[in-house]
Design a protein around this ligand. Structure first.
Ligand SMILES: [Zn+2]
Ligand SMILES: [Zn+2]
Length: 185
């Protein structure tokens, strides 16, 4: 596991001009840290994270760009069923190797956005970046499907799986009354 982790621990000073590329599956066990404590990392619904990205170096700046996707076990907010939710996102961050002074200057510029992140010692852990993006994309409430019918409020039945005969179901046919009328032929 350690050597796998090392693939994602970079020292920007030693990243060659050609940069670095990834097209890998990252096992959830490698990604999981204390922030994953409420997730069932052993669930079969958890998929590896697919990460396709690259780090390129240009004029003292380093650009980390790519895309990730991952299936995550979630509970539907309407019917409570466990399902695999596909999550995905883009990464587009730039970095600079800086001194503590430039970091202070950076703090003052912070509000302008898009500034490169200053890494004092040039150490960049791509797993940390991906984990951060994962949590940024996290939705607190998810549904198994946009047309999930949820649970019956009266009997608790999962209405996606079965029909129940609770009162909500009784549909008066507006023409039912006509059935009793006798028409003269
Ligand atoms: Zn549902
Ligand atoms: Zn019911």
């Amino acid at each position: 596991m350690k050597s796998q982790e090392d693939k994602f621990n970079l020292v920007l000073q030693s990243v060659a001009r050609t940069g670095r590329q990834w097209n890998v599956s990252i096992p959830v066990a490698l990604l999981a840290d204390d922030s994953f404590v409420d997730l069932d990392v052993d669930s079969a619904l958890f998929g590896d994270m697919r990460w396709q990205g690259q780090l390129s170096a240009e004029a003292g700046s380093f650009m980390l760009k790519g895309a990730w996707q991952m299936d995550v076990p979630r509970q539907c907010g309407r019917c409570n069923v466990e399902f695999a939710q596909p999550m995905l996102g883009d990464v587009d961050v730039s970095y600079e190797i800086g001194s503590p002074e430039s970091q202070d200057m950076k703090a003052e510029l912070e509000l302008t956005g898009d500034e490169p992140e200053v890494l004092e010692n040039g150490e960049l852990n791509v797993l940390d970046v991906l984990r951060e993006h994962f949590w940024l994309a996290w939705q607190p409430l998810v549904v198994c499907s946009e047309d999930c019918k949820g649970l019956c409020l009266q009997c608790g039945a999962n209405k996606n799986q079965k029909r129940c005969d609770c009162s909500g179901e009784k549909k008066e046919n507006p023409f039912a009354a006509l059935k009793n009328l006798k028409f003269d032929a």
